[in-house]
Design a protein. Structure first.
Lengths: 360, 88
């Protein structure tokens, strides 16, 4: 059966979907969907093909959207997606992850919700916000957001989350209790003697090596890191990269030591690609060495950034790699990053990129 | 008492089967929203947050006056539920 790949694009003004066959050379674009709501993250449940979108609208508040027909029609719900009366209300949904029939949602202000009925209703995973550090969590530039959600596919009791800017937190009892896991990651924005706190780091994107287990990577506001022990300790992998700053990280679908990053020029220099030349950086040895991948990417006057959820791979062979820019362009590689082409442009600012590979 | 509720087209677009103009029985704005949510489940969450209160960028006007959830209604009142200019 031939395969098709869908690139799910969350933007500041709705969801778009780019679709191609296995060659990934010719692309068709459709959208916008979800009534042009700001959509922070759009994912597919790889087991069912259902597409979910996380959003928040200044008028109408937070919701998770759902499509059972590959994005052609959508419904939405926020039933139960709420803190207790009197607390600061949930403003937006920022991240989604599906695991074995459970859908997880990370929200602003930072918290975690779970749904066992495919997003129709939600329950609050209260343990995270009960952590004693919560009163000291400070918002990053985008707010106090839970943007990275990593449920371990190999162990249903384990979940990692990334919160800006509270850091990485981990549970191994299904969400009842949590602990910070930030040892070895810097907080350069703190006074010199406080730059390795227990929590408070500005994690930008947290990902897990394919297959689950303890090998994690993160792009932080202050450096790039890997952890071989589930986040107990982190080691810097920024040597060989053009900066210590960036937002997204994406793992290869099969190779545990292959990681893609897209470093930007720095937090106080416009947050553009360095020297206005676009490059994706790839390691095949877990961050020990890096190579820049530029063929087909703009090499002059490129003044764009790429946000934290806006880079992804597909599971095809060879793997596809995709990223979307703040300027509304979507770039694709069908050969693991060796060469690139722009497959959509003039979209609204892109917040997220994910993929779905389907048969037929 | 019977009141006439007029809904923002953006809100109607989110709930297939709803309509711009609705006649219903309610004695307060809160009861209007309760009835709208009964007819179109989920509509409350689009109009109100969980403080609970009318959302920051939504407005409810009763006979031309900006209102809150507790505003009482008279028979024949016109209730407008509209998006604020600030939210776009």
């Amino acid at each position: 059966m031939p395969e098709r790949v869908l690139v799910l694009i969350g933007t500041k003004k709705g969801v778009f979907i780019a679709e191609s066959d296995a060659d990934r050379r010719k692309w068709d674009l459709r959208g916008p969907y979800c009534e042009t709501w700001p959509m922070q993250h759009v994912i597919a449940d790889q087991n069912t093909g259902t597409i979910y979108g996380a959003g928040g609208n200044e008028w109408f508040g937070p919701a998770v959207w759902k499509s059972d027909d590959l994005g052609h029609s959508w419904t939405h719900s926020s039933a139960g997606l709420a803190y207790k009366e009197g607390e600061e209300p949930v403003k937006s949904v920022w991240s989604l992850a599906a695991r074995n029939g459970t859908l997880y949602a990370g929200v602003e202000p930072a918290g975690l919700f779970a749904s066992d009925d495919r997003g129709e209703s939600w329950s609050h995973v209260e343990g995270l916000r009960n952590h004693p550090s919560r009163t000291e969590w400070n918002p990053g530039g985008a707010g106090l957001i839970l943007h990275s959600l990593v449920p371990d596919p190999a162990d249903e009791s384990r979940i990692w989350v990334g919160i800006s800017s509270a850091g990485v937190f981990y549970t191994e009892d299904g969400g009842r209790t949590w602990e910070p896991r930030n040892k070895g990651t810097r907080a350069d924005f703190m006074p010199e003697d406080q730059r390795y706190p227990e929590f408070g780091q500005c994690v930008h994107c947290l990902v897990q090596a394919p297959g689950g287990g303890d090998l994690l990577y993160q792009q932080n506001h202050c450096g790039m890191y890997r952890s071989e022990d589930g986040g107990r300790t982190w080691q810097s992998i920024e040597e060989g990269l053009p900066s210590t700053f960036g937002f997204p990280a994406a793992v290869h679908p099969r190779e545990r030591e292959t990681l893609y990053l897209l470093p930007l020029n720095g937090d106080i220099y416009g947050r553009f690609v360095p020297d206005a030349k676009a490059a994706v950086w790839r390691t095949r040895d877990g961050g020990r060495t890096w190579e820049d991948l530029r063929e087909g990417l703009p090499q002059e006057n490129a003044f764009f950034g790429v946000l934290r959820q806006a880079m992804a791979t597909d599971r095809m062979e060879p793997a596809g790699v995709y990223f979307g820019t703040s300027g509304g362009a979507l770039f694709a590689s069908g050969d693991e990053g060796e060469s690139w082409s722009c497959i959509a442009e003039h979209l609204p600012s892109i917040s997220s990129v994910e993929t779905l590979v389907i048969e037929g | 008492m019977t009141v006439t509720v007029k809904l923002s087209p953006l809100l109607v677009d989110l709930f297939p089967g709803s309509s711009r103009r609705v006649e219903l029985e309610a004695a307060s704005v809160r009861e209007v929203i309760d009835e709208l949510d009964r007819r179109w489940p989920g509509m409350r969450d689009r109009i109100c947050d969980t403080r609970p209160a009318i959302r920051k960028h939504m407005n409810v006007f009763v006979d031309g006056e900006r209102s809150t959830l507790s505003t009482p209604l008279k028979h024949g009142a016109d209730v407008f539920i509209i998006t604020a200019i600030s939210g776009g």
